[in-house]
Design a protein around this ligand. Structure first.
Ligand code: GCB
Length: 617
């Protein structure tokens, strides 16, 4: 079912946002049973009174902030705390105040002034609660958050705590966190925490869909208005809606509205379309939609500004059409990952990554393997970078992860993702999972339920998942609108034999198309490469080997592009951290850039290629 709305907090003439980023007090619960914080009610008094605290930046993962191995590898509850004042001007009873966490990893409980106010399960997506009547307006407020990074068979992504016993070899109670996805399970408050206001009668959701004909663009709007529970039922006709669409120069190009008009239709003569970068001289054109709601009874007005890009997406035959023109992915698999801050939001990294995407001639990425920050998605919308929006369905490797509880949670997460990103022009497709056990019979009903839900919640976008199986043993690809496959020829098998790549690749891509007759994307391919390691003739892990690998893939891509092949998304944009193991030297090194975002030899090669592939204008 559709979830109640949750618009991204933004300033407007009727709204105010207070960003609580900065240093918070922090303490990991290192007690033996990992439960000391609850037993001693750390939420009931200032955190420093219960033991040693350290300063912890928000947003950031906590893992790489200190030199303490116990904290880097910690499993269990960590506690964050911040004291905040809110202005007296927020106290009036026609103002609603909301406390919002943009993302924490993984399970979270939040207290305000010692009282529990909300819980949320899952990283990478926002959650919020109305705190209007719980805030103190005349003294400081204590926000406490307990966050647990433990992954279980029913979390998304799943994992398992393994207790290891063995005579004298392990201490009693020894356990490790197992997970089968290939990135470090960073934890903490990864994105900003905010307090924000709305009027007591407020816009709680806006859904926009767009289309166009030869000379007219159409923006359809569905708005939801809600009110504080302390406010009486609003009589019919009390609410007046107003929709105004502004162009970039600030001129109103269309408007509509009226009493109880919650569905608006705006028609724009000769619209500027939202085009991906490289498909138009003025890519990524965005209008600004101003939505105003007025309650006559309470004499209240709310205003929200939503950027709107007019564009269409559809899969037709062997093409993905954006604005009726075939699109070809010159893209990347990425991660939210960087030195020191881990998965913490960082504006400098975001700007650098988009600068690099443009320098590399790329036009797209997949949010492998979880939803990225709103600030990243905003950039994609603004720069015309097309996004495959993936939910955290990664590491679903066992039938144990396909039970009813897992499915219910996965459905909730998909609904949260669609609610958050549904209005983004850059998002052209949903990905419900990466490399699940789609060869198992249990995966069929599980994924059918997810695909159905996704299409029901958003009938406007194609849906996919990314497979690691083959055309003859995958049971879920039949549900996809476009086929996304991952393969590492001459890397995970046939070590050193790059000369085999072209042949095996062409065979496999043709298999996919012949079996399903749908367009195919190479969603991942590549080779681990230690920057600065040079070996000629090429051998694994050298820069030469990565270059040689790419050179084997390209001719096949070019050949099949004329038939059914619609995109290449190399793994990975940059090196990234993983758990420790014998196949990873300080993380996954398949980046064509280092973790510090400097190019390896392959980056220059790929850049020449991407810059030379032109799309129909
Ligand atoms: C994959 C996974 C990705 C890994 C990659 C690798 O298929 O989807 O998360 O990082 O392979 O490098 O092994």
């Amino acid at each position: 079912a559709a979830l109640p709305g949750m618009l991204f907090p933004k300033d407007s003439e009727r709204r105010e946002v207070k960003d609580l980023s900065g240093m918070w007090d922090f303490r990991a619960d290192m007690s033996d049973n990992r439960n000391g914080g609850f037993e001693n009610m750390w939420f009931a008094k200032p955190l420093w009174q219960s033991g040693n605290i350290i300063p912890m930046p928000v947003p950031s993962s906590y893992n790489d902030i200190t030199e303490d191995r116990k904290l880097r590898d910690f499993i269990g509850w960590v506690w964050y705390e911040k004291d905040v004042y809110v202005p007296r001007s927020w106290e009036i009873n026609t103002t609603r105040v909301v406390l919002r966490f943009e993302s924490t990893n993984y399970n979270t409980i939040v207290w305000l002034n010692g009282k529990e106010v909300m819980q949320h399960s899952g990283g990478h997506l926002p959650f919020e609660v109305d705190v209007t009547t719980l805030l103190s307006y005349d003294k400081s407020n204590r926000i406490t958050a307990a966050i647990n990074n433990t992954l279980t068979p029913t979390t998304l992504p799943p994992g398992e705590i393994q207790y290891i016993t063995g005579g004298d070899w392990y201490p009693p109670g020894f356990f490790v966190q197992k997970y089968t996805f290939d990135f470090f399970n960073y934890a903490g408050i990864h994105r900003p925490v905010k307090l924000y206001t709305t009027p007591a009668v407020y816009l709680s959701d806006i859904t926009v869909t767009t289309s166009f004909t030869d000379s007219f663009g159409e923006v359809k709007i569905l708005a939801t208005v809600s009110s504080l529970s302390t406010i009486a039922m609003l009589p019919k006709g009390d609410i007046t809606m107003q929709y105004e669409l502004f162009d970039k120069s600030g001129f109103v190009v269309a408007s509509s509205g009226g009493p109880d008009v919650f569905e608006g239709v705006l028609s724009i003569k000769n619209p500027m379309l939202w085009w991906p970068i490289g498909m138009n001289d003025k890519p990524a054109y965005m209008y600004s939609l101003k939505v105003i709601t007025r309650s006559t009874m309470f004499n209240l007005e709310d205003v929200y500004y939503l950027p709107v890009g007019i564009r269409t997406v559809k899969v037709e035959g062997t093409s993905l059409l954006i604005n009726n023109k075939p699109f070809y992915f010159k893209g990347f698999g990425k991660h939210e990952d960087a030195d020191i801050r881990g998965k913490g939001l960082d504006y400098a990294i975001i700007a650098k990554d988009f600068s690099l995407l443009k320098w590399l001639g790329a036009n797209s990425f997949r949010t492998s393997h979880y939803p990225y920050a709103d600030e990243i998605m905003d950039m994609a919308d603004k720069e015309g970078i097309v996004v495959i929006d993936e939910c955290p369905g990664v590491g679903i490797r066992s039938y144990k992860n396909l039970g009813t509880e897992s499915l219910e949670h996965h459905r909730d997460v998909m609904a949260e993702l669609i609610r958050r990103d549904k209005n983004r022009p850059a998002v052209v497709m949903w990905s419900v999972a990466n490399e699940p056990c789609s060869d198992k019979p249990q995966s069929v009903p599980y994924f059918k339920s997810l695909f159905d839900l996704t299409r029901q919640l958003d009938p406007t976008r194609p849906v996919t998942f990314v497979t690691m199986f083959k055309a003859w043993n995958d049971k879920v690809v039949q549900m996809c609108d476009v086929i996304f496959c991952n393969r590492y020829y001459a890397w995970y098998h046939d070590f050193g034999q790059t000369q085999l790549i072209s042949k095996q690749l062409e065979r496999e891509l043709r298999d996919w198309f012949n079996a399903y007759g749908k367009p195919v994307v190479q969603a991942e391919y590549g080779a681990d490469t230690v920057a600065g390691m040079h070996v000629e003739p090429a051998s694994m892990f050298s820069e030469e080997y990565q270059v040689e690998t790419l050179l084997q893939y390209f001719p096949v891509f070019d050949k099949l592009k004329k038939e059914f092949f619609i995109g290449e998304m190399i793994w990975n944009f940059a090196d990234f951290m993983t758990q420790q193991g014998t196949t990873r030297v300080g993380g996954n090194k398949k980046g064509i850039l280092t973790r510090q975002r400097q190019p390896k030899a392959a980056a220059h090669l790929l850049r020449q290629r991407y810059l030379n592939i032109t799309l129909e204008q």
